[in-house]
Ligand binder design. Structure first.
Ligand code: DLZ
Length: 209
């Protein structure tokens, strides 16, 4: 008998063209192995939909609690100023894991002769974090505040904010949701869904203006 599960997203059937979109990704650095896989999945899917590499801007923050403020500043456009004023400090950051596809790290100095950083607003921001429940109430407070803050941000700005925050009870659950599970089935990389959601919602948001 086939797998009886009904969970998961149904593809819309529409072929979305992301080639004109500019997308920011902000990721936390807690639980890095899982974050790297999710980041790769997200970027690969954005590119699959035609989003150009130089229009995918990646920023990192320490933990998930920092995601809402960082996303808010990305929407406000402050990363452009930061990139211009702190190239040496931020240029030292490495991108993702060994398997991560290249994308523009905000603050990475542009090669000589390259066009200056775009000031165009972002069509969407993807917030990526991995919260794994511990033995205190920390998890509950961060999950609650971050999810509410990200929702408020998109409602206040009308810019789609994609909720790429895993809130899981165990490490195995996190690994499976990043497509790197330890079992026979590796699970599914939810980053791919977040990349697809960013493209779809960006195009919807343009139409619904
Ligand atoms: C402190 C903390 C803990 C216990 N767990 C996580 C986690 O599982 N995932 C995550 O992204 N961040 C965690 N943090 C860090 C907080 O999000 C935050 O960075 C710090 O409390 C500093 O504000």
């Amino acid at each position: 008998m086939s797998d009886p599960t009904i969970k998961g997203i149904e593809p819309s059937g529409v072929k979305y063209d992301g080639s004109s979109l500019r997308v920011a990704i902000v990721h936390a650095r807690w639980n890095k192995i899982v974050i790297d896989a999710l980041l790769s999945g997200t970027i690969n899917k954005l590119k699959e939909f035609g989003v150009k590499e130089h229009n995918i801007i990646v920023e990192s923050v320490p933990g998930s609690f920092e995601l809402p403020l960082a996303c808010s500043r990305m929407i406000a456009g402050s990363h452009v100023q930061e990139a211009a004023s702190m190239p040496d400090l931020l240029g030292g950051l490495s991108f993702g894991g060994a398997n991560s596809p290249p994308a523009a790290r905000s603050g990475t100095p542009a090669p000589a002769g390259a066009a200056p950083p775009s000031k165009a607003p972002f069509d969407a921001v993807i917030a990526i974090g991995v919260l794994i429940k511990g033995s205190t109430m920390h998890f509950e407070y961060i999950c609650d505040s971050v999810s509410h803050a990200l929702m408020k941000l998109q409602m206040d700005t009308s810019v789609p904010v994609i909720f790429g925050v895993l809130t899981v009870l165990t490490e195995d659950q996190a690994l499976e949701r990043a497509g790197i599970g330890r079992g026979v089935s590796k699970g599914h990389n939810h980053g791919e869904d977040w990349g697809a959601a960013a493209v779809e919602m960006s195009l919807h948001a343009r139409r619904w203006k």
